[in-house]
Write a protein that binds this ligand. Sequence first.
Ligand code: ADP
Length: 666
Amino acid sequence: MPGDRGQTRSRAHPGAAVGLAGCLVLLAFLARQPSLDSPGFATVWPSGGIGVLWFVLRGARLRSLDTLLLAAAMAAANAILGADPRINAVFAGAAVAQTLLAVWLLRRWSPELWGCGGDRPLDRPRMLPRYGGALAVAMATGAVLGTAGASAVTGDYEPVAGLLFFGRTLVSSLIVVTLGILVGEWLTRPRPRGSLIGDGPVVELLAASVFTSAMYGLAFALDDLPLVFPLLAATVWFGLRFSTLVSAAHCFVVGVATQTLTMTGYGPFAAVERADIGSLLAEFYVATIVATGLALSTGRDERQALSAELLRTQEETLYQISLREAVIGSMKEGLFVLDDTGELLVHNAAAADIFGLAREEVDWDALAERSGRWADGSTVDTPQRPSLRALAGEAVHDVELLITRADGTERVVSVSAIPLPRDEVRRRSRALVIFRDISTEHARRAELAGFAGVVAHDLRNPLAAIDGWTEMIADELETGTLSTDLARDFVSRVRSSSRRMHDLIRDLLAHATSSQRDLEVGPVDVAGLVAEVAAARHAEPHVLVEPVPAVLADPVLVRQVLDNLIGNALKYVAPGVEPEITVRGCRTDARMVTVQVADNGIGIPAAERERVFDEFHRAHFRDYEGSGLGLSIVRRIILRHDGTIVVRANPAGQGSVFEFTLPAHD
Ligand code: ADP
C-alpha cells in the first residue's frame, strides 16, 4: 500500500518528542535576547513549525501524551520568555490548537505526502497549494485564538500583533515542516536513494552557496540600501538547479538567517522605523522566498521525473520492439499482419521463405495470388480466405491451403488467422496470420491413411479364411462327418492363412522400422552380405557375386535390401526354371557405387516397373504369395541413404535387373 511506508516510518521514537520539546524550550532561551518591541506577546520562534513537525513525525493524536508534552513545553517556553501566567496559558493553548489543526488538515488535504499518510516527497507544484493552505489555515486559526485570548486577558487589542503571530508561525512551519518532511522521506526511501542534492554538480552547489552568502552579507551589511530584491536571485538559482530538498534547506538557512539578523537589529528589515513592522516584513519576505523556491524546485523535480519516465518509456519501447523482432524473426512459422486496405504491416523472414520469395517481394498481392487453393486443389472463394475472415472479426484455426512457391513447386500450409484490435487512429481492421509448411506431414498423413486401409484389408482376408475354415470344421464335427483327410485339408488351409498373416505382420514391422530406425552408417562389404544372404537362404548355387566397391551405409539396412531383392529373384521364376542371380557393382561417379541384382525370372511388365516400389503393389499376385511391401521397404532404405533405385528388363534376355546406388566408402 502506498501509504504504509510514510505512516509507519513517521511514528518516530518517543525520544524524538522529548527532543523536539527540548528544542522548543531551548529556542525560548535564545529568543529571550531580542529587543523586539513586541506588544506583550511572547516571541517564541519558530515554535509553530517544530510542533507540527513533531506531530507529523510521531503520527501523534489529539488525545496523547505528545499533546500534553507539547502543551507543557509551550508553557515552559512562554514562562522562560517571562509571559504572564494567563497569557502563557492562552498562547500555549493556541499553539497546541494550531498544531493539531495543521496536522489534521495536512492528513486530509495532502494524504499522499510523506508523514501525512502517504510516501511521496513534496515534488510536484500541484501539491503546494493544499500543503501551504493547510499550514496557513492552521496558523491563522492559532493567531486568531492567541490574539483574541490575549486581548481578552489584557483588554488590549493590537492588530499588528495578530499579524506578527500569524507571520511567525506560518514562516516557521513552512521552513521547518517542509525541510523535515523532505529529509524524513529521503532517509526512509528504499536504497539506493539517489543523490541528496539531485543531479546538479557539487561545484555549482558550492558556487550557489557562496553567491547566497555574498548577496545576503551585502544586503544585511549595507542596510541603508534596498538590496532585498537581488536576494531572490539566490532562491531562483537553487530552485531551478537543485532538488526540492536542497532548495528547502536553502530556504531554511536564509529564512533563519533573515529572521535572526532582523531580530538582532541587522539588515534592511531591522532598518524599518517600527521594529514590529520590520519584523512583519521579514516574515513575509521569508514566506515569499519559500513559496518561490518550492514552486521552482518542485517544478524542476516534476520535469526531471517526467523526462526520466519518458526516457524509461522510450527504452522500454525500443526493448519491446527488438524483442518482437527477435521473436518473430526466429519463428519457423510464417507470420504477417495485414490491414483491410491490403497493406502488410509486419512480416517475418519465414513468411518469405515458405513462399520462396525474397523478403522485399512479399506483399499481400504476391501472397494472395500464390495461396488461392485448398489442400485438395479446389479454389478458395475470396471471402473464405482465412485472412479476410479474420479481418471481418472471425478467428480461423488450422486451415490447410495449397500454395505455389516462386519456383513453381507446391506446398501444403496450415494457416491460422486471428483478428487484432482495430487501428482506431487510421480506422482500419487488422489481422494476424500465421502459417507453417505441413507438406511432409500432409503427405505422410495421406500415405498413412492409404497404408492403414490396405493393412486392414490384407489382414482381414486371411482372417476371414481362417474363420470360414474353422467354422466348417465345427460344422463337420457337429454332424460327426469329419474324416481325417478332410480335417488335414482344413487344418493345412488354416495354417497357410495364418502364415500369410504372420508374413504380412513381419513385413509391416520391417516397413515401419525401415523408416524409423536411426541410420548407423559405416563401411559395408556388399559382396560379403550377398554371400551371407544366399547362405541363409540355402541358395549359394544360384547366386553369383562379382566384386562390389565398399559402400558407406547402414549394414543392417543394406542386408535387408539385398535379402528382399535376392528373395524376390529366387521367388519370381517360371515353374521349373533354376534361378540364376548375379550381383555386381561399380563406382559410377565420385560419390556413388551402383549395384545391380540381375535375375532370369519372369520379369516385370514395363508399365509396372515404377509402381512395384509402391506399398502393397504387386505385379504378379496370382501365382506368387507376398505382401507387396518388400520393394517399398527397399526403396525407402535406398532413399534414406540418398541413393536411387530402378528396375529394368534384363538385357541378357530373360528376367529383370534391379539397380540401386549407395554412397561410396573411400
Ligand atoms: P511381394 O514380393 O511381397 O509381393 P515386393 O514389394 O517385394 O512384394 O514386390 C512387389 C511386386 O514386384 C511383386 O509382387 C512382384 O509382382 C514384383 N517383383 C518383385 N521382384 C521381382 C522380380 N525379381 N521378378 C519379377 N517380379 C518381381
